[in-house]
Write a protein that binds this ligand. Structure first.
Ligand SMILES: Nc1ncnc2c1ncn2[C@@H]1O[C@H](COP(=O)(O)OP(=O)(O)OP(=O)(O)O)[C@@H](O)[C@H]1O
Length: 777
C-alpha cells in the first residue's frame, strides 16, 4: 500500500477509536481490518520481486544476448499453426486484388463506370474493418479463435466463387462485402492466435515470418491473375478459380486449434507467483488463464464481473501506449492506404509505365521486403528482450526514414534511383509494421489482443484509410501525382514521431499488465488459502482528467459494514476517488476490487447491481421528476419488483417526513437539504452494500445536517458500508471509526478517526480553510 502517515495505527487503530457505529462491534471490525491489511501487506511485499520475475517470463531479459534459436524454441509446438495462418493471409487479398486488376473487364460486363468498382472496393474495405469487432466479440469469452479464423476462410472462399457468378454490379457488391466481412478475421484474430501459440521470446521472429506471407499475398494475387490469363479465362473464370484455390487452401488449415488465452504470459506469470508463494491451490499452473474473477461473493451469481466487449475497448483506450499506437496507426493509414493506390498513377503519368511495367515494379518492390523481414525478425526480438521501448523507437525511426525516402523518390529524375528509393522505403514500412504489431500484441493482456488488433484495424483502414483517400484525391486532382506522393510525407512523419514517442510509456504499461496478472493470482491464492480480503480495496490508483493527473497511486480499503471518513484539502481528489470506485472516472492504473473481484473497468451501472451506490455532491436527482418518480426510478433501474420499491418508498418517507410532504414536488424546486434527503432515500431503496456519499453537509443548516447524519447512521447500522467525504472534520469524525486524509492526489493518513484528530499538521489546512470560509460567508 502507498505509505501513509499513520499507517501502523490504521488497521488496528480503528478498533480503538470507540463510538463505532458498526453493527458487528469495533473489536470485530478492527480484527477483520487487521487481517485484511496483513493480507494486503503480504501481497505488496512480494510484488516488486514478482514484477521483475514476470518481465523475465515475458521475454524481457534486459540483456542483448541472442535469443534461443527459433527451431529449438518452437520444436514442441511445431510450425503448423504458423503455416496455417500464413496460408490464410496469403489468400486473403485474392478477391480484393482481383477486383482492382480486373475492374475494367468487370465494369464492361455490367455496364458500370470505374467509380462503381471503386465504391465496391471501398465497401469491401469498410466491411473488413467493421466486421473485426463482432468477430472479436464472438470469441471474447471462449477460445474459439481458430474455429472463427478457419470458418471465415471458408466463407470468403465461397463468396469469391459467388462473386464470379454475380448477375449485376450490386449482387457482386453483396458477395464482395461478405468476403470483406469474413476476411476481417485475419485482421482481428491472427495476431492473438500467433501470440498465444508461440512463446514470448519468439514472437517477433514468428510475426516477421507471418508478415512475409502478407507481403507474399501482394505478389501472389497479381501472379495468379496473370497465370489465369494464360488459360484465357474471363474475369468470372478467374474468380471461380480463385474461389476453388482458396477453398483448397482453407482445407489445409482445418487442424488449427486455439491454444487458449495467455498460454505463454499469464500461465508463466501464474507459475512464477505459485513458486514465490508456494501456496498450493486447486488451479494447476499449466491450466489456461482463467476468466477474470467472475463473481462477487454475496452477490447473485448473475452479477459476474468479467468485462464486456465495450468495457474492454474502454479499458484499452486508457492504456497510454495503446492510445499512442492508435494515433500512429491512423496517421499510417492516412499515408499507406492512398499511397498504394496513387503510386500506380504516379508510375503511369510520370514514368509512362504500362500495366506490365507497373506490375513488375510492384512485384519487385514487395519481393525485396521478404528477405528483409526475415532478417529483421531476430533484430526486433533482441531489441524487445533488451528494452521494449527500443522496439517502438525502432518502428518510429524506420517509418520516418521510409516515408522520407518515398517522398524523395517522387522527386528523383532517374528511374533506377526512384525505384531503389521507393523499394527501400517500402521495406522500411514492412519492418516498421512488424515492430509496431509486436509492441501492440505484447502490451495488452492476452484476452484483449483481439480487441486491440481490431482497434488497430479500424484506425488503419477505417479512419486513416478513408481520410487518406479523400486527402490524396484532392491533392492529386489539384497538383498531380508528384505533389500527391510528396505530400504523404506529412502524415508519415507524424506517424513516425508518434510511434517513436510510444517508447516513453510502453515499459510502464507492460509493468502494469504484469502487476494486474500477479495481483489476480495473489488474490486468488489468498482467497483459496482461507485468507480474507477487504470488502473494497483500491490499490495504487492513478486517475486523471484528459492528460491532467489527479490521483497518484492512492490505496484505500473499506471493510464490510464499516463507516469511513474521507477527508482532505480542497482539490485533493476525494470526489475523484469516489468516482473511480463507482466507475465514473476509470483509472489509468491500479485496481478497484470488491471482495477480491476486479471491478476496475466495469461500467458504473454494473457496479450499481453489485451494490455500489454513489450519492454525488450537489443535486444528484432528476430535476424534472417528482420525489416519488425519482425514488421509483432508482428501484426500477435495479429491476426491483413493485412491492420492494413501494416498501423502500415507505421507509424513505418514514425516515424523512419532509419528503413525504413533498412527494409530488419536482426535485428542481426543492431546497438543497431536501435534495440531499432525496439522494439518501436512494440508498434506502437500492439497499447498497457500499454507499459513497460526497459532501453530505455542504451549505446546509446544522439541524438538517443532524437529520441526514442520523439517517446515514441508520443505513450503516443495517449493514451498509459507508464512505463519507466531508468538508467538516467534526461531522466526519463524529460518525466514522476509520479515517483517511488526502492531499494533492495522495493518501496522507490511514488510521483511526481518533488518530487523525491528533494530526494537527494535516488538519491545519482544513481548519484554516474552514475558518476562512466562516469569515468570508
Ligand atoms: N471533470 C473534471 N474535469 C477536469 N478536472 C477535474 C474534473 N473533476 C475534478 N477535476 C479536478 O481534479 C482535481 C480534484 O478534484 P476533486 O473534486 O476530486 O477534489 P476534492 O478533493 O473532492 O475537492 P473538494 O474538496 O474541493 O470538492 C481538482 O483539481 C479538480 O479541478
Amino acid at each position: 500500500m502507498t505509505a501513509v502517515g499513520d499507517g501502523s495505527t490504521g488497521s488496528a487503530g480503528s478498533s480503538a477509536s470507540g463510538g463505532s457505529t458498526n453493527p458487528t462491534g469495533s473489536g470485530e471490525a478492527g480484527r477483520r481490518h487487521a487481517e485484511a491489511a496483513a493480507s494486503i501487506e503480504a501481497i505488496e511485499r512480494s510484488r516488486e520481486r514478482l514484477r521483475l520475475a514476470g518481465r523475465r517470463s515475458l521475454g524481457i531479459t534486459g540483456s542483448d544476448e541472442s535469443p534461443v534459436p527459433l527451431r529449438r524454441a518452437v520444436a514442441e509446438i511445431g510450425w503448423y499453426p504458423l503455416v496455417a495462418l500464413m496460408a490464410l493471409i496469403l489468400i486473403d487479398q485474392f478477391l480484393a486484388g482481383g477486383l482492382l486488376t480486373l475492374g475494367p473487364e468487370i465494369s464492361r460486363t455490367f455496364g458500370v463506370g470505374a467509380s462503381t468498382i471503386a465504391v465496391i472496393y471501398g465497401l469491401q474495405a469498410l466491411a473488413m474493418s467493421l466486421a473485426s469487432f463482432p468477430l472479436t466479440a464472438m470469441v471474447q469469452h471462449r477460445p474459439r479463435r481458430a474455429l472463427a479464423a478457419v470458418g471465415s476462410g471458408f466463407v470468403w472462399a465461397v463468396a469469391t466463387v459467388f462473386a464470379g457468378l454475380a448477375t449485376g454490379a450490386w449482387s457482386m457488391a453483396l458477395f464482395i462485402c461478405v468476403y470483406g466481412a469474413a476476411s476481417g478475421s485475419v485482421r482481428s484474430l491472427h495476431l492473438p492466435l500467433l501470440f498465444d501459440t508461440y512463446p514470448a521470446g519468439t514472437r517477433a521472429r514468428i510475426y516477421s515470418l507471418y508478415m512475409t506471407a502478407l507481403w507474399g499475398s501482394l505478389i501472389l494475387a497479381p501472379a495468379f491473375i496473370a497465370l489465369m490469363s494464360v488459360f484465357h479465362l474471363t474475369w468470372r473464370g478467374v474468380f471461380l478459380a480463385m474461389g476453388c484455390f482458396s477453398f483448397a487452401v482453407v482445407l489445409v488449415t482445418v487442424r488449427l486449434r486455439d491454444p487458449g488465452f495467455g498460454r505463454w504470459d499469464a500461465e508463466r506469470l501464474r507459475a512464477v507467483v505459485h513458486e514465490e508463494r508456494t501456496v498450493k491451490t486447486t488451479a494447476a499452473p499449466e491450466a489456461p488463464e482463467p476468466e477474470q474473477d467472475r463473481t462477487v461473493p454475496g452477490a447473485p451469481d448473475s452479477y459476474e464481473t468479467s468485462l464486456r466487449f465495450f468495457e474492454v475497448v474502454r479499458r484499452l483506450l486508457l492504456i497510454p501506449t495503446i492510445r499512442r499506437l492508435l494515433v500512429g496507426y491512423v496517421a499510417l493509414g492516412v499515408m499507406l492506404t492512398p499511397l498504394i493506390t496513387f503510386f500506380n498513377f504516379f508510375l503511369d503519368e510520370q514514368w509512362h509505365q504500362g500495366r506490365v511495367g507497373r506490375a513488375v515494379f510492384g512485384v519487385a518492390t514487395n519481393a525485396l521486403a521478404l528477405p528483409c523481414l526475415l532478417l529483421a525478425g531476430p533484430r526486433i526480438e533482441r531489441l524487445y528482450a533488451r528494452n521494449p521501448a527500443l522496439v517502438s523507437r525502432f518502428a518510429g525511426l524506420l517509418l520516418t526514414v521510409g516515408v522520407v525516402l518515398i517522398g524523395v523518390s517522387a522527386l528523383l529524375p532517374v528511374f533506377v534511383l526512384m525505384a531503389a528509393a521507393n523499394a527501400v522505403g517500402m521495406v522500411a514500412f514492412a519492418v516498421a509494421i512488424t515492430a509496431i504489431s509486436t509492441a501492440l500484441g505484447n502490451v495488452v493482456p492476452a484476452r484483449m489482443r483481439a480487441h486491440a488488433a481490431s482497434l488497430a484495424n479500424i484506425a488503419l483502414y477505417g479512419a486513416g484509410g478513408l481520410v487518406g483517400q479523400l486527402f490524396l484525391s484532392g491533392v492529386y486532382d489539384r497538383s498531380g501525382p508528384v505533389v500527391a506522393i510528396v505530400s504523404l510525407t506529412v502524415p508519415g512523419v507524424i506517424a513516425g514521431v508518434v510511434l517513436f514517442g510510444s517508447g516513453k510509456t510502453i515499459n510502464e504499461d507492460l509493468d502494469r499488465m504484469v502487476e494486474e496478472i500477479v495481483e489476480q493470482e495473489e488474490v486468488s491464492a489468498v482467497l483459496s488459502s482461507g485468507g480474507r480480503l477487504p470488502m473494497l480495496s483500491c490499490r495504487d490508483l492513478h486517475v486523471g482528467y484528459d492528460d491532467v493527473k489527479v490521483l497518484f497511486g492512492v490505496s484505500f480499503t473499506v471493510e464490510e459494514g464499516e463507516m469511513v471518513a474521507l477527508l482532505g484539502t480542497n482539490g485533493a481528489g476525494k470526489s475523484t476517488l469516489l468516482k473511480a470506485i463507482s466507475g465514473l472516472a476509470p483509472p489509468t492504473g491500479g485496481s478497484v476490487r470488491l471482495h477480491g473481484a476486479d471491478i476496475t473497468y466495469l461500467e458504473p451501472q454494473r457496479r450499481v447491481h453489485l451494490g455500489v451506490c454513489h450519492v454525488a455532491g450537489g443535486r444528484g436527482s432528476f430535476r424534472d421528476l417528482t420525489v416519488v418518480e425519482n425514488l421509483r426510478t432508482y428501484g426500477y433501474a435495479l429491476g426491483r419488483d413493485r412491492r420492494a420499491v413501494e416498501r423502500g418508498l415507505e421507509a424513505t418517507f418514514e425516515a424523512f417526513p419532509r419528503l413525504a410532504e413533498r412527494r409530488d414536488q419536482r426535485a428542481s424546486t426543492m431546497s438543497g437539504g431536501e435534495n440531499q434527503m432525496l439522494a439518501l432515500g436512494r440508498a434506502l431503496i437500492m439497499r447498497p452494500r457500499l454507499l459513497l456519499i460526497d459532501e453530505l453537509s455542504l451549505g446546509l443548516a446544522p439541524k438538517i445536517v443532524g437529520e441526514l447524519l442520523e439517517m446515514v447512521r441508520r443505513i450503516n447500522a443495517e449493514g451498509t458500508a459507508v464512505v463519507l467525504v466531508e468538508q467538516s472534520v467534526n461531522i466526519a469524525l463524529s460518525v466514522a471509526d476509520h479515517a483517511y486524509f488526502m492531499e494533492k492526489g495522495e493518501m496522507r493518513f490511514d488510521g483511526s478517526a481518533a488518530g487523525l484528530l491528533g494530526r494537527t499538521d494535516l488538519l491545519r489546512a482544513v481548519f484554516l480553510r474552514g475558518a476562512t470560509q466562516a469569515v468570508t460567508s
